[in-house]
Ligand binder design. Structure first.
Ligand code: PSU
Ligand code: MN
Length: 303
């Protein structure tokens, strides 16, 4: 194992014994939602993964190491400390060498999971091609790791702070299949469906695991994006949330919010404008993804 990576004993034992493990990112904790909802979310996600037969591995940069499998005290640190930096691929060297506390995005979490040998990763939403990317060039690094690394990512689709159509085109160029779990339509994060089609619908965790096995057995490198709709009872009205999101995007543009600040700004703005409804939906969709990821990981280790 690389000298900069430290696995918890539980995660390391599980991987050695071919037990299912689910990787979890930490930017969703530090920059995705407020304290203390974030720490409660992180603990509950881990509990759901255990209930569904897998070992959770929350990942962050701490004390000069990529830590895979945080203790509950470490989760609390990421959730509550003020100066946690958001770490995507390009921030890893800095965070490790200066021992800065860092929360990993989908991109950096995939890099860590890949180094550790974890094949399944659960999150809320991925980064993608932002609205207006044709002038800002704002395309998330997440898409590059999805293109390159053999990790399957379970998400609730993407919210329309991104340009969903351009994000799908980009994933197609990069050879990443976008699967819909029990759906034909790409989920839109807070709402269970968008107007875009997924590439393939899959109705069981076993079918998804078999696809991952087939792809990777060929030596094809790259991720698999598993999109899982928010449960209907928690799904928000598409048009209402869409209006809120475009107001938030407008405010970001007016305030010249750029680069890594953009996504956290938009998430916080949408939460305020929706009077917290987006946060409730966000929590529910993450729990739903944690469960599916544990089931897919459990099927994958049997193949
Ligand atoms: N989308 C969400 N919630 C999040 C993020 C994205 O709905 O918390 C976080 C993830 O960590 C993702 C990152 O990897 O934002 C993408 O940031 P950027 O757009 O700056 O690449
Ligand atoms: Mn960006």
């Amino acid at each position: 194992m690389n000298k900069y990576i430290k696995l918890s004993k539980e995660v390391s034992d599980a991987l050695k014994n071919n037990k299912p493990v689910v990787a979890l990112e930490s930017t969703i904790i530090s920059h995705g939602m407020p304290y203390p909802d974030n720490v409660n979310m992180a603990n509950k996600v881990e509990a759901i993964i255990r209930e569904n037969g897998a070992v959770p591995a929350t990942i962050a940069i701490m004390d000069g190491f990529i830590k895979v499998g945080l203790t509950s005290d470490e989760v609390k640190r990421i959730a509550s400390e003020k100066n946690v930096i958001k770490v995507s691929k390009r921030d890893l060297g800095y965070a490790l060498s200066t021992k800065t506390l860092g929360a990993t995005t989908v991109s950096a979490t995939m890099i860590a999971a890949n180094l550790a040998g974890i094949k399944v990763f659960a999150t809320g939403g991925i980064g993608g091609v932002h609205r207006g990317a044709e002038t800002t060039f704002d395309i998330s690094r997440d898409l590059e790791e999805l293109a390159d690394l053999n990790v399957a990512v379970v998400c609730a689709g993407a919210k329309s702070i991104l340009d969903l159509g351009l994000t799908l085109e980009y994933l197609e160029t990069k050879g990443v299949e976008v699967l819909g779990y029990k759906t034909d339509k790409l989920p839109a994060f807070y709402s269970s469906a968008s107007n875009f089609d997924v590439l393939y619908r899959m109705d069981t965790p076993k079918d998804i695991a078999k696809l991952m096995d087939a792809k990777w057995s060929l030596g094809l490198s790259g991720g698999v994006l598993i999109t899982n709709p928010i449960p209907e009872e928690h799904s928000l009205d598409y048009d209402k949330i869409e209006k809120i999101i475009s107001d938030a995007v407008k405010e970001a543009n007016e305030n010249n919010i750029l680069g890594k600040e953009s996504t956290p700004f938009l998430l916080a703005k949408v939460k305020d404008l929706s009077e917290g409804k987006s946060l409730t939906a966000n929590l529910e969709l993450v729990y739903n993804n944690a469960k599916l990821a544990a089931l897919v990981a459990s099927e994958f280790v049997k193949l």
